[in-house]
Design a protein around this ligand. Structure first.
Ligand SMILES: Cc1cc2nc3c(=O)[nH]c(=O)nc-3n(C[C@H](O)[C@H](O)[C@H](O)COP(=O)(O)OP(=O)(O)OC[C@H]3O[C@@H](n4cnc5c(N)ncnc54)[C@H](O)[C@@H]3O)c2cc1C
Length: 457
């Protein structure tokens, strides 16, 4: 261990700086199969804001890169280690500091798991609405740093919409409070929004003041409708949105995803089923509204359209959606993409993905938060390549998909972030002036470039 590292070890409580090679190894990767991680110098498992501040002061002094880390569930390589970095884990800062039912807010440390905050809110008849599919394993800090979306954000908005204020440790170790705990507030620039979605490149979020919402009084009713083509299913989505029904969840699974689920769980979708739409309504008239959605699906050529009749059945239908990623992962190495287009362009975007798959001979299984126009085309390729290696045909197909989304007025990433793997396309979306502003902001907050270098921007 170098003298420099010794200084950090002695500044923090015993055991909070980890150099054991086996443990350090377990912090190198996130969930991005195509990111080749570097080798960290050490892991800091912080328990308090002043430990994060101490770490940042030390890293600034010694110009050591820092990779903030929550649950390590990033699908964009955002939490992948960099050679010689400190992996700064917030996972043990996992206390809900305050739950205030009167003001419908909570103050949570960065390491609180998303689902734990929602469960704590539920005890007061409230909910924490943003619910990424990784809700049981991803942290509030990681959700904030990626502005995570989720299944019910079609009705309730994304993480930024639920964020009132933050506590952030800056690159030089200063502690910056942002935002407020009031319903309104316009004093100063909106620094809270700046840090939400900044992918650990501008500061380390240590806690957040988060907005809670009244929890629906009845369990949601779920609709599942199968279609003979993805385009028809996408048209049904557009019709549901046009009918202003405000579903609390509106998801689409394509044929390749359904085949992957069938191969694993033998649900018997049959060859004629090319797409499955899953929708939920959690309003007081959930049965009536789910019925209207079912009729819309039938009118748009659904082969079958079923509305759940019990909470257990509702859960079973939703579980089909939750099986998607593990089922696709059984097929090979995956590159999980995340384009988002204006919702009316969804059918067109599906067409572009299918064309790119065909043209480049690549298997793409697509799952979509269809109500948001957010598609996750998952590119699947053979195991056996070196870590981080992606076949050129996959990148060529991904490039085509990204450009098509941008041409439609969409974005490269709806919720996973730019991370390590989409940086080379970022300027295409932002343009030079925006890139300049980004550089100026990064330079002002992290002049030595130690915060998650090579990620996001
Ligand atoms: C099965 C599965 C399903 C998923 N479903 C969804 C989904 O529905 N919606 C969605 O949006 N995402 C989804 N994701 C992606 C991922 O879960 C989210 O990006 C999540 O917000 C990451 O949280 P985390 O705690 O795991 O963060 P990490 O993966 O540890 O980090 C993510 C990024 O945030 C930074 N970061 C982490 N903590 C902090 C902090 N305290 N301060 C500053 N920066 C920090 C990291 O440096 C990194 O850039 C899914 C992932 C998986 C594996």
């Amino acid at each position: 261990m170098t003298d420099d590292l010794n200084a950090l070890v002695s500044a923090l409580p015993d055991g909070h700086v980890i150099t054991d090679p086996d443990i350090v190894e377990s912090y190198r990767r996130d969930q991005t199969a195509v990111a080749a991680p570097g080798r960290p110098l050490c892991v800091v498992a912080a328990r308090a804001t002043d430990e994060v501040a101490e770490t940042m002061r030390w890293a600034s002094k010694h110009s050591v890169p820092v990779v903030p880390r929550g649950g390590g569930t990033s699908l964009a390589g955002g939490a992948a280690a960099i050679d010689g970095c400190v992996v700064l884990s917030l996972a043990r800062m996992d206390q809900i500091l305050e739950l205030d039912p009167a003001n419908e807010l909570a103050v949570a440390e960065a390491g609180v798991l998303n689902a734990n905050l929602d469960r704590a809110a539920a005890a007061h008849g409230l909910m924490y609405a943003p619910d990424p599919s990784s809700y049981e394993i991803s942290t509030i800090g990681g959700n904030l740093a990626t502005n995570a979306g989720g299944l019910r954000c079609v009705k309730y908005g994304v993480t930024r919409d639920a964020t009132l204020g933050l506590e952030v440790v800056l690159a030089d170790g200063r502690v910056l409070p942002t935002g407020r705990r009031t319903v309104k507030g316009v004093a100063g620039y909106d620094l809270t929004s700046l840090f939400v979605g900044s992918e650990g490149t501008l500061g380390v979020i240590t806690s957040a003041t988060l907005r809670l919402r009244p929890r629906p009084s009845v369990p949601p009713v779920t609709l599942a409708a199968s279609f003979p083509s993805f385009a028809m299913a996408a048209q049904a989505v557009t019709a549901i949105l046009r009918a202003r029904l405000q579903p609390s969840l509106l998801e689409l699974l394509d044929r390749a995803t359904l085949r992957a689920i069938d191969a694993w769980k033998h649900l018997g979708f049959g060859d004629s089923v090319q797409a499955l739409l899953i929708a939920q309504d959690d309003s007081d008239d959930s049965v009536g509204r789910a019925g209207i959605m079912r009729d819309i699906c039938t009118g748009h050529g659904a082969l079958l359209a079923d509305v759940s009749e019990s909470e257990a059945e509702s859960q079973q239908l939703l579980d089909i959606r939750r099986l998607s990623y593990p089922a696709i992962e059984r097929l090979g190495v995956t590159l999980v993409e995340d384009v988002c287009v204006p919702r009316s362009r969804l059918p067109e975007m599906i067409g572009c993905i299918e064309l790119a798959a065909e043209r480049h001979g690549v298997l793409i299984a697509t799952v979509a938060h269809a109500g948001d126009g957010n598609l996750h085309p998952v590119f699947v390729f053979d195991r056996g390549l070196a870590e981080g290696d992606v076949p050129p045909s996959v990148w060529a197909a991904a490039d085509e998909v990204f450009r098509a989304a941008l041409d439609m007025g969409g974005t490269l990433t709806g919720e996973h972030g730019v991370g390590l793997i989409k940086r080379r396309w970022l300027a295409l979306e932002l343009g030079e002036n925006s890139m300049d502003v980004h550089r100026a902001i990064k330079g002002a907050l992290d002049p030595a470039g130690i915060l998650n270098p090579g990620k996001g921007f």
